[in-house]
Design a protein around this ligand. Structure first.
Ligand SMILES: Nc1ncnc2c1ncn2[C@@H]1O[C@H](COP(=O)(O)OP(=O)(O)OP(=O)(O)O)[C@@H](O)[C@H]1O
Length: 248
């Protein structure tokens, strides 16, 4: 994905100011920066989630495989399957574990019959590292799982429709350290197949899971590069101040 000169306003207020970035395949890209700097706003603009906020207005171009996702001909339901999203708070549907994963492939017509759907559900739960824990209780409610399991279920749900990009908005902030470690391992396993973008408040997490990091400040990307360079040899004073904990 590529963003070109993207600005986002909420009414009169500008939250993102002329941001351009290329998000590479098969890497994890972390968005870091102090609270309110626009990380979530920018993340949400990558699959048109901001469309759901009446006051939000996005300018500039966001290209997925070279195609502008903001053209009027873009099918937004299809787009959100290609660019999936995992939220801060796990949000499984109040349905069975099976249905949580099967719903997307069914509405997108990805399965020919029950056997194929079963197989997609099994594979998606497998890739999300949840199959062994839930295979004997696929009919139980998704909301009855632990927080960490629910988040892996949400990841399985995103994977089930075969996305190209997975956006994660602070996916571990509601989880304990063990569940967090499990999700971080999973992100590492998944990055071979998808472009992953993660917003995180934890610089340790950004350093552990990502290969590219973008540092946001006041609606702009101040610095973007290899995660190892950003953390060991930042070029900008503001990045240095942030990663050394001087503000934010
Ligand atoms: N729905 C909204 N309506 C109006 N303003 C909003 C809305 N969502 C975010 N903003 C404003 O846009 C700016 C950027 O917010 P955003 O949530 O994108 O930042 P962030 O970097 O993700 O913050 P945090 O790290 O605290 O989640 C902030 O000033 C915020 O108040």
């Amino acid at each position: 994905m590529s963003a070109r000169h993207v600005s986002v306003h909420y009414g009169e207020k500008r939250a993102i100011d002329d941001v351009s970035i290329d998000i590479p395949q098969r890497y994890v890209t972390a968005f870091i920066g102090p609270s309110g700097c626009g990380k979530s706003t920018f993340l949400r603009s990558l699959n048109r989630m901001n469309d759901t906020i009446p006051s939000a207005r996005v300018e500039g171009e966001i290209l997925l495989d070279g195609e502008d996702i903001y053209t009027s001909g873009m099918d937004v339901v299809q787009l959100r399957a290609r660019v999936g999203m995992v939220f801060q708070k796990p949000n499984p549907f109040p349905k069975s574990i099976y249905e949580n994963v099967a719903y997307g492939p069914r509405i997108h017509g990805l399965a020919n019959g029950k056997d194929e759907l079963d197989s997609i559900v099994e594979k998606s739960l497998g890739k999300a590292g949840l199959w062994d824990e839930v295979k004997d209780r696929l009919g139980d409610s998704g909301t009855a799982l632990s927080g960490g399991q629910q988040q892996r279920l949400c990841i399985a749900r995103a994977i089930a429709v075969d996305p190209e990009v997975i956006l994660m908005d602070e996916p571990c902030s509601a989880l304990d350290p063990i569940a967090t470690a499990r999700i971080e391992e999973l992100i590492d396993e998944l990055r071979g197949r998808y472009a992953i973008v993660i917003v995180t408040h934890s610089m340790q997490q950004a350093a552990r899971v990502s290969q590219r990091t973008a540092f946001f400040h006041l609606g702009k990307i101040v610095e973007y590069g290899r995660t190892s360079d950003i953390f060991t040899n930042p070029q900008e004073e503001r990045t240095k101040d942030y990663i050394t904990g001087r503000y934010g």
